[in-house]
Structures are given as C-alpha cells and as structure tokens.
Design a protein. Structure first.
Length: 439
C-alpha cells in the first residue's frame, strides 16, 4: 500500500451484487472470522508463525513489530504499526480488519507481513470505460516489501504460507508498487506457496517509480536539474499565477490535526473541478473516518500537505506524509479552469522549496504511476509494478478472465491509437486541453 492505495474507495462506486459467497461473518466482527491461536511451528524450518486479525491482538503485538522494523534498514512508513492503525480508522467501520502475519525464531520476531483486509468493488475497464465490476475482499500489503531480512528467504516464504492458509475470507492479495529488482518480486514469481494457492496477475505494465533525491539546497537542486531557460520559465509561471490571483495568492502548509477538516473540505472541492473528478470517480475526503485518519497522521508528526488558493478559493492541493527521511507524495489535484496557469506545477515548486526550508527529507517519493510533472521534476527512478494474487477458485477465475480480456482489448486499442497518433490527443481532449496538430 503506497502512503494511500490507488484502489478506489468502496463509496466511490455503485453497489453491484457480490459474485462470491458471503463470508462466514460480518467483517466488522473479526472475532468470528478467526480465533486467536498460538504461533504454529513449521516442521521444515526452526520458525513459528501466527496470523493476527483481532485489532486488540495486533495492538498487543505492536511493540515487538516496532522493534523489528527499527532493526531493519530502509524503514518504510507503511511498515510502522501506527500506519495500519490509521488505515483502520478509515476502514474499521466499513468492513476492514487487520491481517498481520508474524514469524518467530525462538524468542525473536524475525518477520512481519501486515495486510489490510477490506471490501472492494473491482472494476474491469477498457481505458476509462468500466465494463464490469466485481465485489469481493482484498488483502492489501502495507508497504512494498515484507518486513524481514531481505536475504532470509525462509522467513518470507513462511510469512506467505501463513497468509495463504489463514482463515480470513479474502479473495485476492494486492501487492502495490513492488520494485522489479526486489527480493519480493522474485519471491512472488517463484514461491511454491504462491503457485499452490494463487494465480499471479500483473494488471499493468512495468512503469518507473520516480523520485527526487534532494540536493543540499533548493538552489542546488534547481541548477543541477534544470537549465537556465527552464529555471526562468518556472519563475515566470509562478509570477503569472500570482498576478492572476485577484483575491490574493496564498500557499499554506497543513501539518496540525485542527487544520485537517477544513483542508480536506477544500481538497474535495478542488477534486470536483479537476479533470479526474469530472471524468472519473470522485472520492469524498470529508467523511468522518477519512478526517480521523489524516488527523492521526498529523498527531504523529507525519502529515505535510499543501494548499494553493486564490483568496478563499482553492486552486490546487498536494497531500503528503514525511517519515524516516522520506517525503511520500500521495496525491495532487488542481482546478481544470486554471489549467493555463499551471497551478499544479506552481504548487509542486513551492512545495519543494518548503521541504528545503524546514525538516528537509533525503528523498521525495512521487508514488505509483507515471505523470508529466513527475518526469519534469524528478532526478531518479526504478522500475515497479502492481501484482495481484487471486485465490484459486471458480468465481475468481471469472474475475481474472474478465480482467484479462479487458486488458487485451485495451492493449490492442492502444496499439491502434499509437499507430494513428491519436492516443496523446485523446488524452489531452479528455483533460480539457487542445489537441496537438499533426506534423
């Protein structure tokens, strides 16, 4: 799960009938799903595993979990026990439960695999047109790796085995933004446990994960990444927007819990005027559970979000969290009516400058997915992709076959549009921009 997963929230869709049998009990009553059990010994290795699904059991285990993640290099925000706690603030009242696999060697916890189990209306699309939706339960991995020593394959295999045989009635495991060169990518493609229990599916092609490795100062970043002409154009773009804001140019950083409700109200307002909100599904971030989640991030000192406004009218927003030297840029949006003034680009410039001015991180992670602004601002990248593990069953075979068929049609249409040089113009027209005349 990237700071927040890209999977659509269930309230964003109509409610199609479920294709799968109902779980044995309501997800809001996790005690009925899986009884507490002791660590199970693995006869093949000196490892014992356990799966926690009751929130109070996860809370009791959190101290050991936290000690493990602090011992390992490259701490990730989604590996922190508090991350899952904040996710449950949002999903706990809507059918979400934790599913945390733990591996112990002797008296020491050596591996943790935290998942959030939640209902999902899974869309099968051709482009942006939804042809079918299926409702089932997914288990989304928190982070881009299992929390274990990367070289200890036996621990990671034991964690997968514990999750695969857990009684929790999920139908798909979601691994989002997995680096192609990572041990987890290799494990998921080679694991006997995966081959026995799941069908592995890669829903999109491999894409770059773009990041900014911050230089010592903002000026050093600008001079090192942009030429003189590009730097002058950036400054001109900022000044152009400042002059156009007749009610006053405002740039605010949001870090405190008391700022969150008003900020998310303005974010939802901007989303309604963005091209995504006008043409795709709009997510309401003013729901009490969503507000509580972001307030929890603020209480822990993680929240660093930004708002650009013309007086009291919001024009663009950027939502992000900072943790262990990494700024995780979650989402951005801007008012499509102000497109000619590039409010998204201006906000990102000012955001970067503010990160340099206070509590400067080492990295800015732009999150999953490709985008023009990411290509423009970032200075390093690595390859990643999402991986879905469908439980082997007849109902999930239907889902996988439908998704694969839609993906095949999408790839064919992309090939035709690329051949006719139509794809970029269609994308621009969908976002309310002028098409490019052929050369």
């Amino acid at each position: 799960m990237s700071p927040t997963l890209n999977a659509p929230e269930p309230d964003a869709f109509p409610s199609p009938a479920p294709i799968l049998p109902k779980p044995p009990a309501a997800l809001s009553s996790p005690d009925a799903l899986i009884a507490p059990h002791e660590f199970r010994e693995d006869a093949a290795t000196p490892l014992a595993t356990r799966v926690f699904t009751r929130p109070e059991a996860v809370t009791a285990f959190a101290a050991e979990w936290d000690r493990l993640q602090r011992r390992l290099p490259c701490r990730h925000i989604q590996h922190d026990p508090d991350w899952l706690a904040m996710e449950l603030r949002s999903w706990g009242g809507r059918g979400g439960i934790p599913m945390v696999a733990a591996a112990r060697r002797g008296d020491e916890v050596v591996g943790v695999a935290p998942f959030l189990v939640r209902p999902w209306d899974y869309p099968c699309r051709v482009g942006y047109v939804t042809l079918a939706r299926f409702r089932f339960l997914t288990a989304d991995l928190c982070g881009e790796s299992l929390l274990a020593a990367q070289k200890d394959r036996s621990v990671q295999e034991a964690l997968l085995q514990a999750i695969a045989t857990a009684d929790t009635p999920y139908q798909m495991l979601v691994f989002e933004g997995i680096p192609v060169a990572s041990p987890l990518w290799k494990l998921l493609h080679e694991s006997p446990t995966v081959k026995r229990h799941f069908w592995l599916y890669q829903p999109e092609t491999i894409s770059p994960r773009r990041r900014i490795r911050l230089a010592a100062t903002y000026d050093e970043y600008l001079t090192g990444h942009f030429g003189g002409k590009s730097r002058r154009k950036l400054q001109q773009t900022i000044r152009k927007l400042e002059k156009a804001c007749s009610d006053g140019f405002r740039f605010e950083e949001i870090t405190r819990p008391d700022q969150v409700p008003d900020f998310l109200t303005r974010v939802t307002e901007v989303q309604g005027r963005s091209w995504q909100g006008q043409r795709l599904n709009r997510i309401d971030r003013t729901l009490p559970e969503v507000i509580s989640r972001y307030q929890g991030f603020a209480e822990r000192g993680w929240l660093r979000s930004f708002l650009l406004s013309n007086g009291d009218t919001p024009l663009a927003f950027g939502i992000g969290l900072q943790y262990a030297g990494v700024y995780h840029y979650d989402s951005i949006g801007f008012d499509q009516d102000w497109f000619s003034y590039a409010p998204g680009k201006v906000l990102f410039c000012l955001l970067l400058e503010q990160l340099y001015a206070n509590q400067t991180p080492e990295l800015l992670d732009c999150g999953y997915g490709e985008n023009d602004y990411k290509r423009f601002f970032t200075n390093e990248s690595y390859e990643e992709a999402n991986l879905f593990l469908f439980r082997k069953s007849v109902p999930m075979a239907r889902v996988l076959a439908t998704r694969a068929a839609c993906s095949g049609v999408s790839r064919l249409s992309h090939m035709v549009m690329d051949t006719l040089q139509l794809r970029e113009n269609l994308r621009r027209l969908r976002r309310g921009r002028k098409a490019i005349s052929p050369a």
